[in-house]
Design a protein around this ligand. Structure first.
Ligand code: SAH
Ligand code: SF4
Ligand code: F3S
Length: 514
C-alpha cells in the first residue's frame, strides 16, 4: 500500500517533507558517520512526534502532565526498556544499543512498561529461546492497549531464519527485527520503520565489517566490558554460536587500547576483555599479535587496575598467557576455562580438540604457576552418545581440578549443528540424574576449595550498596569472590583493603582496613 506524502511525513511538513528515497540518498555512505546522520534524523522525528502528542494531550495522559513537560524541556521524547538474554557479548551489545537510543532521545524506563521495548535474544539453548516467546506474548498484549509502543527484537535468535519466519507469521505486532551483525544500524532501521509504518526486518547473514566509534554507554561507571573480537571459528559440534555470530574477527589493538584509554579517563578501573575465544585473538589481523601481547599493552594503561577476560578455549591457551597471568599485578587471578566434558571420546565428538589428559595437564600447570587462581568452568551433560563411563570421566575431572565453581548445562539440541543430527541422543531421565549428581559434585568440590582467603587482607573493588542491608557495601576480590562489609556509597568504584572475617559458603563478610 502506498502511503500519501502527508501521511508519511505527519511530523513537520516544512522540515521533513522529503521522500524517504531522498533521506536515504542524503545519508553518508561511510560508517559511523552514516549512523550519526540517522540518529540525528530519528531524534528530530521523535521530537516532532512528541510535540504532536503534547498538543493532543496524549503525552500528558501517558507520562503525567508535569513529567511530560519535564521530558520535553530535557530533550527526552520517550522511554525505552532493553531486555537482555544470554552472555556478556549480548550485555555489551545492549550497552551499545542503550547509547544509540539515548542519543535519539529515549530515556530508560523505570519499570517494565516503555515506549520502545527491545529484546536482545540468545539461542544457545532452547530454554533461552522459549523465554523470549513468553515475554513477547505479554508485551504484545500491552501493545494492543497502547499502539504507540514500538517492539523490537535483535540478537542471536534473529539470525535463525525459522525464528524470523515464525515472528512474521505469528507476532505481526513486532516493529523491528535485526541481527547480531548490524546492531550498529539501530537508528537507521528506526528511521525506516517510522517511514514505512510496517514491520522492518534486516538481518545479515554475516559481515567482515567492524564499525568503530559509535556512542557508548556503561551500566557501571567503574567497570566495563570491551569487545576484542567477534564471532567464532571453532564449530564445537553442539554449538550454534558460530552460525549466529559469524566468523571470527579481531579488532585492531589500537582501537581496543584507545577505547580502554578513554574508559580509564572516564573513571573505569576494571575492564573485561570479551571474545568467544580470546586465546585466538589477533591471529587473523594484518599485523598479527597474540592475546598475551595485547594484555601486556592493556596493562600499561594508567588508571586501569584490574583486567579480566572471557572466554578461554583450552586448546589455544598459551604458556605466554600463563606467564602474563603470573607476572601481572593487574590481570585478575581468575580463569574461566570451559571443560564441556571429561571424556576424551565425547570431547572428540564435540570437536573440542583436546583430551581429558591435556585439559588436566593444563589446569594443573596453571594452578602451579598462579597458586591463588580461581578456576571456573562450563560443563554439558547428556551430549549425544554420552555413556555412564563418559559421565564418570567428567566427574573425575571435576574432582581432580577442584573448580571454584562451574556452570552446568543440560545438552540442548540446536537445529543446524552437527550434534543435532547425531542419532544416539541420551534419554531425558538419564540426563536429569547425571545433571543432579554433577551439580552435587560441583558444589562439594567448590566448598572444599573456597574460603581460602579467610583472615587475609584482600583488595576489593566496591560495586554497590548492599541490597538487603544499606549499612553494607558489596565488592569483589580479584578472583571474583563477593564480599560484604560496612561502608557507604562513597566507596563505590574504589579499590580498598578488606579483611575477610567470615566465610559464608560462597561469599565473605569482612571489614575495611584503613
Ligand atoms: N565460547 C565459549 C562459550 C559460549 S556458550 C566457550 O567456548 O567456552 C556458553 C556455554 O554454553 C558453553 O561453554 C557450553 O557449555 C554451553 N552450551 C553451548 N551450546 C550448548 C548446547 N547446545 N547445549 C547445552 N549447553 C550449551
Ligand atoms: Fe561455541 Fe565452541 Fe565457539 Fe565456544 S568455542 S562459542 S562453545 S563453538
Ligand atoms: Fe547466547 Fe548469542 Fe551469547 S547465542 S550465549 S547471546 S553469543
Amino acid at each position: 500500500m502506498e502511503l500519501k506524502r502527508e501521511e508519511i511525513f505527519r511530523y513537520n511538513p516544512q522540515e521533513f517533507c522529503r521522500p524517504y528515497d531522498e533521506v536515504i540518498a542524503a545519508a553518508p555512505d561511510k560508517e559511523p558517520e552514516r549512523q550519526y546522520y540517522f540518529m540525528q534524523y530519528a531524534r528530530t522525528l521523535l521530537k516532532a512526534d512528541f510535540e504532536e502528542q503534547m498538543a493532543k494531550g496524549a503525552a500528558a495522559a501517558r507520562y503525567g502532565e508535569e513529567k511530560a513537560k519535564e521530558m520535553l524541556s530535557q530533550g527526552i521524547y520517550g522511554t525505552f526498556k532493553i531486555n537482555t538474554f544470554g552472555c556478556q557479548m549480548n550485555a555489551k551489545d545492549s550497552e551499545k544499543l542503550t547509547a544509540i537510543l539515548e542519543v535519539i532521545g529515549y530515556q530508560e524506563a523505570e519499570g517494565e512498561k516503555a515506549d520502545f521495548v527491545l529484546y536482545n535474544t540468545c539461542t544457545v539453548r532452547e530454554n533461552a529461546n522459549l523465554k523470549v516467546y513468553g515475554r513477547l506474548g505479554q508485551v504484545g498484549t500491552l501493545k494492543k492497549k497502547d499502539p504507540h509502543m514500538l517492539i523490537a527484537l535483535c540478537g542471536c535468535m534473529m539470525q535463525e531464519p525459522e525464528v524470523v519466519k515464525k515472528l512474521k507469521t505469528s507476532y505481526g505486532f513486532v516493529d523491528l527485527i535485526f541481527g547480531t551483525h548490524n546492531i550498529f544500524q539501530l537508528a537507521e532501521l528506526m528511521v525506516r520503520r517510522f517511514h514505512q509504518r510496517k514491520m522492518v526486518v534486516e538481518v545479515w547473514e554475516g559481515t567482515d565489517q567492524i564499525v568503530e566509534n559509535l556512542p557508548a554507554d556503561r551500566k557501571y561507571p567503574f567497570k566495563s566490558g570491551v569487545n576484542i573480537m567477534f564471532g567464532c571459528n571453532n564449530f564445537c559440534s553442539y554449538c550454534i554460536v558460530p552460525y549466529v555470530r559469524g566468523r571470527e574477527r579481531s579488532r585492531k589493538p589500537e582501537e581496543i587500547l584507545n577505547e580502554i584509554r578513554n574508559l580509564a579517563a572516564d573513571g573505569v578501573v576494571e575492564v573485561m576483555l570479551l571474545g568467544q575465544n580470546v586465546n585466538s585473538y589477533g591471529k587473523t589481523l594484518d599485523e598479527p599479535i597474540t592475546f598475551a601481547q595485547l594484555l601486556r599493552q592493556v596493562e600499561q594503561i594508567p588508571g586501569i587496575e584490574r583486567i579480566r577476560f572471557m572466554t578461554s578455549h583450552p586448546k589455544d591457551l598459551s604458556d605466554e598467557l600463563i606467564q602474563v597471568m603470573k607476572e601481572s599485578k593487574k590481570v585478575c587471578p581468575h580463569l574461566h576455562l570451559p571443560l564441556q566434558s571429561g571424556s576424551s571420546r565425547i570431547l572428540k565428538a564435540m570437536n573440542r580438540k583436546y583430551t581429558k589428559e591435556q585439559y588436566l595437564e593444563l589446569a594443573f600447570k596453571i594452578k602451579k604457576e598462579v597458586p591463588d587462581i580461581s578456576l571456573t568452568t562450563d560443563i554439558i551433560v547428556g551430549f549425544p552418545g554420552e555413556t555412564e563411563e563418559d559421565f564418570l570421566e567428567t566427574m573425575d575431572v571435576v574432582e581432580k581440578v577442584k573448580f571454584d565453581s562451574a556452570f552446568t548445562f543440560i545438552y540442548s539440541k540446536r537445529t543446524g549443528t552437527p550434534a543435532a543430527a547425531m542419532e544416539n541422543q541420551v534419554p531425558e531421565e538419564v540426563v536429569k540424574d547425571r545433571f543432579d549428581r554433577l551439580l552435587a559434585k560441583v558444589q562439594e568440590v567448590g566448598s572444599s576449595v573456597s574460603g581460602r582467603e579467610i583472615h587475609t587482607c584482600q583488595q576489593v573493588l566496591v560495586e554497590e550498596v548492599n541490597h538487603q542491608d544499606p549499612a553494607l557495601v558489596t565488592g569483589r576480590l580479584g578472583n571474583n569472590t563477593v564480599v560484604h562489609f560496612p561502608g557507604d556509597a562513597s566507596l563505590i568504584g574504589k579499590i580498598v583493603d578488606v579483611e575477610m572475617d567470615e566465610f559464608k559458603g560462597f561469599y565473605y563478610m569482612g571489614h575495611k582496613i584503613d
